[in-house]
Each structure stands twice: as C-alpha cells, then as structure tokens.
Design a protein around this ligand. Sequence first.
Ligand code: FUC
Length: 808
Amino acid sequence: MMFSKILLSVVLFVSLPFFAFSQGDKSLTLWYKKEAKVFEEALPLGNGSLGAMVYGGVQSEHLLLNEQTLWAGGPVNPNMNPTAHTFLPKVREALFKEDYKSADSLMHFMQGSFSESYAPMGDLYIDFDHTGGVQNYRRELDLRNAVARVTYNAGGTAYSRETFVSHPDKVAVISFAAKGADKMNVTLRLTSQLKSLVSATGKDLVLKGNAPAHAEPSYRGNMPDAIVYNDKAGMRFYTLARITKTDGIVTVSGNNLRVKNASYIQVILSAATSYNGFDKDPLTNGKDEAAIARKNVQAASSKSVDLLRMDHLKDFRRLFNRVSLNLGANPDTERDTDARLRAFTEGSNDQALVALYFQYARYLMIASSRPGGLPANLQGIWNHQMRPPWSSNYTTNINAEMNYWLSEVGNLSETHKPLLDFIGSLARTGTVTAKNYYGANGWVLHHNSDIWAMTNPAGGFGKGDPVWANWATGSAWLSTHLWEHYAYTLDKDYLRNQAYDIMKGAVQFFLHFLVKDKKGYLVTAPSTSPENIYITSQGYNGATMYGGTADLAMIRELFNDYLKAAKVLNVDPALQQKVNSALSGLYPYQIGKKGNLQEWYHDWEDQDPHHRHVSHLFGVYPGYSITTQATPALADAVKRSLQLRTNNGTGWSIAWKIGLWARLQNGEMAYDAIKKILHYNGTDGEVKMSGGGTYPNLFDAHPPFQIDGNFGAAAGIAEMLLQSHQGFIELLPALPVEWPNGSVKGLVARGGVVVDIAWANGRIENVSLISNIPQKIRIKYEGIIKEVQLLKAKRVSLKKNQIILNAK
Ligand code: FUC
C-alpha cells in the first residue's frame, strides 16, 4: 500500500511536469468560469509569430492557430498604375479653382489595388469523451508566466491543461493531465479554412496547404471571387503537431490521432510558411516551411519540459517584468474577469483592473511583435476569419502606428523593431509609388499596406473613396517612429545605418509634394483628413482639399525629427537648410470660429462633428509640437476640438483621446476615456458590434476586435504617469483623482531613462531614475524643474522633499 502510494506520487511528479509552473500572480491573471464560445472570449498566446487562441472547451478543446506571415497574395507590383501622376496637375488645378467635386472624382484615377489579407491558419481540436457533469471549471491566462490553463473535475477525476507558446523554441507546448480514477481518451484533429490537406502518421498530425492568391477586403461585401486560389500564387504553410509524451496508447485513426487511457499527454506544435520577404515569390523563391516546422518540433521534443518551460519563462519575463503598475486598489480577484469588467462598466472602483488592462497590452505586444518578425497587424497575430475586418492589414492612417505607441515608454523597445524594419521595406516600394503617382523623389505610403509592403493608394483602381484611399502622409507618420526609437535609445548606429536614409527619403518626397497656396504658404495638394468629410461654405460634402491640418502636422513633425537626426549625425547641411526653410513656410495652424484647432484649411464644418479620427490633433500626441507650455493658445484650441469631438468613439479613437488628454495634462478627461474604453462590450457568447469598448477577453472592441485600442490605451495610461517629449521628464503629469495612491516601476523616458515613481494622496512620494547612458537630465513636477546628473547604470533616488517645494 505504502509502496504504491509512493510510486503513484513519483509517477505524478514525473508525468505532470507542467504543475511546476509557479502559481501565477492573481492580480495579473484573466480568469473565467465558463469555456469560450466565441473568439472574443478565448485567450491569446503567442511568441511573436505563432499565435494560439485557447477556448478551453470541456468536450472539445479548441486552439485557433495563426502564423504571422501567412497572408494571401504575393509580392506587390509597385508599377501597377504608372500613369497615375498625369492626373496630379488636373487634381491640383481643380483644387485651386475650389472645384472640390471634380478633385474628388479625379482622385479615383490615382488609385491602385486593394491590400492583401491576413489568413487564419487552422484549428487544433482535442475531443474528450467525458461523461458526467463538470465541476469547478476555471480557465485562465496568467500574464506573469504567459501560460493558459484550464482546470475542472468530471466524474471524480481532476483534469488540467496548460499551454504556452515559446519564443526561444518556436513551438506551442500543450499539456493535458487527468488525476483520479478516470483516464483520458481523446482525439486530436487539425482543420483549416484554407485549401489544405491533413494527415496523421505515428504520433504526428500534419496540416499543409496554401493561402489564397488573393482575398478581397471584407468591406467590399459578398462577391463571387472574394477568395481566389491558383497554382501560381498563394504561399505554402505547414503545421505539425506531435504527441511527444504520454502514458496512453496512440493510434492513427483516419486523419486524426487517438490517445487512449492516458493520464498525461503532451503535444508540441510548430508552424511555418514559405514567406521569404516582401519582394520574393513565396512559391518559386520561398522558404522550406515543412523543414522549418519539423526542425522546430524535433529540437523541442529533445528538450525536457522543464527546460522548455524554463527557457520560455526566462525569455518572456525578461521583457514582461520590466514594468509594474499599482493603481492603489485591492484587486477584485474573487470576481472572474468577465464579471469584473461588467462591474467596472457599472461603476465599481476596481483600479486594479485598469492596471491589469495596461499590463495585458504589454503582454500582447510581447506575444505579437518580436525582433526579426513582422509588425503586429490590426489583430496582432490572432485571426479566425478568411476575410477578417479590413483584411487585418496594416492601416497606416492611425492603426499601424498606434500599435507601437506603447513599445518605448512601456520598456519594450525591442518589440518596436518589426515596425522599424518594415518601414525599410515600405521605403523600397514607396520609392516607385512616389514616381508613379506624383512624379516625385523619395518615398510615399498611403492608407493601407500588407506584408508585401504595398504603398499605392488602395481602392481597386477607382473603386475606393478618396476619403480613405488617397491619404498620402504615411511615410511622414511612420518616419516619426524611426526618430522616436532613437530618441528613446540614443542608438547612433541605428540612426546612421537604418533610420536616417529612410527619414531623408520621406523628407525628399514632401519637399517635392508641397506646393504654394494662393497666400504663398506651403501646403499638401491633394490632401485628405483621415476619413473625415468637410462641408464647404457652398454646402459641398467632400474629402479632397488642400492644406489639411493633419498632413501639415505630420510633415512638421517629420521635418523637425529629420533636422534633429541630421544634426546628431552631422550630415547634409544643404538639405537641412532646405527643410528649415520649408518648415517655416508651412501653412500655420489655424484656430476656428468655435475656438477649435481647425481641421481643414478653411474654417469649414465637419459632416460628422464626432468623427472618430482626430488626426489634426497629431501635434499634441503622438507628436510634440503643440504643448500646454510652448504653444498654450494652440493647446487650448486642441482642448476645444476634443470637447467638440467628445470622448466617445471606436476603441482606438477612445484610446487616442486618453493620450491626448494626458498630454493636455487633464487627468480627469483622460480617466473618463479609460472608463469608456473599459466599457464591457459583449454578452454571453454574443459579440456586440456597436460602441467602442472591451470584450470579455479584454481585447479592444473597435468593434469588431482591433488590437490598436489595447496598445493605444496602455500608451495613454503611461502618458498620464510620465512624459518626456519636451526635453524634460515630467512626473505624474495627468494623475486623476481616482488614483490617489500608487506606484509605477520601469517606464522609460526619452534618453533611455528608466523611471520609478511612487505617490500617495495624489502627490509624489519618491522617484528613482536609472540609465545606461550617463547624462544630465531635467525632471519636472508641479511646475518645478530640477536637474539631475545620472551616471552610467547608477540609480538616483529622490524623496518628495527633494522634488516638491514645501513638502510636508
Ligand atoms: C481606419 C479606421 C477604421 C478602422 C480601419 C481599420 O480606416 O477609420 O475605423 O479602424 O482603419
């Protein structure tokens, strides 16, 4: 008896290695009492490229699988509309005759193809043959360990599952265990919506297939050829799931694997595609996807689970643990996350949920954006639809950029790299697009892109509405990211070798594209203000105009950043001079009759006064040329514009407003936007499609799901606590009364200064600063600026009486 007990416990210890995960931090865990019925309830895992959404079904576990490079289409032909530029003079002529209608209609001739679409790779199902009722069901996502767990009892047996997706080993590790009288009898299946084949041999399940040659954006509606396959295009993919450990009996059953009588099962899964870069045909010049996936599974199977887990945790925690946030309330961890979010929507003061939401964004960033990979798309890396909303592409008139507002300040600078590298690809196709559409030097990017680095105006050669299709300021906006990465890291080699030429290319484009208006100011023409419609004094509702504020705000920022970069590197004095003079010739910001910052060149009305885009306020955030201190009148006008727009909007629109109000140092309005974005959006198994907010799995609801709101809101929260865009580090610039006590550790200020702040009763208690770069910095609190000398990697801590005048 004694002997068998000891034996049992030894067997359990050896066979259930995943129990060795340290207990997750309750305040950093999302948990639920029911299995997920829909995508917006399932829990995301990812290693930057391989993504899994865990549904946690009892009868059938479902893992939706994605691979970041799996997209429809192939390399873009940047020469798809070589004569588009012949329409530019005509558009300009119409515009300067104030014939906006003709300008709008001519813009249709300056369009190219739609972007391609991110594809859903497949689904792994593990069907159980449970009989009897289920008790104590719980599923959770433990952010500290980046692991999803499911536990429940059935028929007196305790079941548990754990899944993590390892970045160092490039595999998903999925473990199942049963502890008690019953054993597990399961069927493992792989399926896919894509053209594919499944096979089972030995202990391996293989799913292989192709992405479509083309997938039409979903907003185009139902049409016969929305998804096109052909033999000459459409990248290959390969998914391999292997049962690497079990005490059960594994058999092949048709295209499935059966495991009988098991008390533990461990599956290792990897996936790869033939994508080989934006400009290489993935069929004729692609990677060997099968070899990659097999190698990953083979290598991981030879490691012990302990080692796989240890390496996963080491890698993940190195990034995640850099920041902690405490907003001063006891976490309401007794309530499941769904109930917590509902309660918050109804007015509970659960500020720990706000902190959890902030950290969740950091988690999602680590899971969807890693050096060497592609940038996170509209849904990060998680997509279950053949025609996902807006093709789950890179939408560059806000969404792609907003995805990366968190990276630097959130101490995840390396997660910014996929975007920075991608800008390099865009600059290549964008150089051809600049010639074809504008006869210009440099490079240009319009409102949509994809992994093929498409830069042309979208719209399907004339079918797109210029209000979105023809926006041409993407290279200016993205180039500000190149500069910001330098501003945070002070990495001169990066600036010299990677960023500078691309910034210069964007500058060259705009120096060519800007034209003089009747008053002699430099303006963009044509211009659109992202997706908003004006009403002229004659009553025409249109999109195309000249001198839109948003364009000029972005170009102003690009020029300023460029000048700083050229000075740091001490290069191109002649170009610097040109940029300086263009900068001073730009049509200045205008304050409209309502006291607002004018969005249009003329003081026109908006068709939708509450329009979700607030691009004309770019200079406040993410830009920095309007500040309450340096340009108070303009800052007031921005405030008025925001009041007129209201804090309502789509998910990302609300997120943007958190950051904007934070920059205007208005903690209460920023907090009001946080309340709005954390508005519960969904009901049991049903997804609401109106009103921005948050889904049960804390994914942002545009709606539908769009990840930019998660990242943008977290970036906004960081801006409420720390700002560094004015040449000094400002502490707690927009602290709302809802956060009287709290602390944040590990946020990053420009200059690579890592900042910890603690506060009580709404005022700072202490601050601690550390940087790897020795430098003299200035910190600002309650209007007082103080100089601090930082030595390399030497922490400086200041108490409140060293920061606050007359501190008690
Ligand atoms: C822009 C926005 C939409 C949506 C789409 C992906 O076009 O105006 O609201 O976010 O991108």
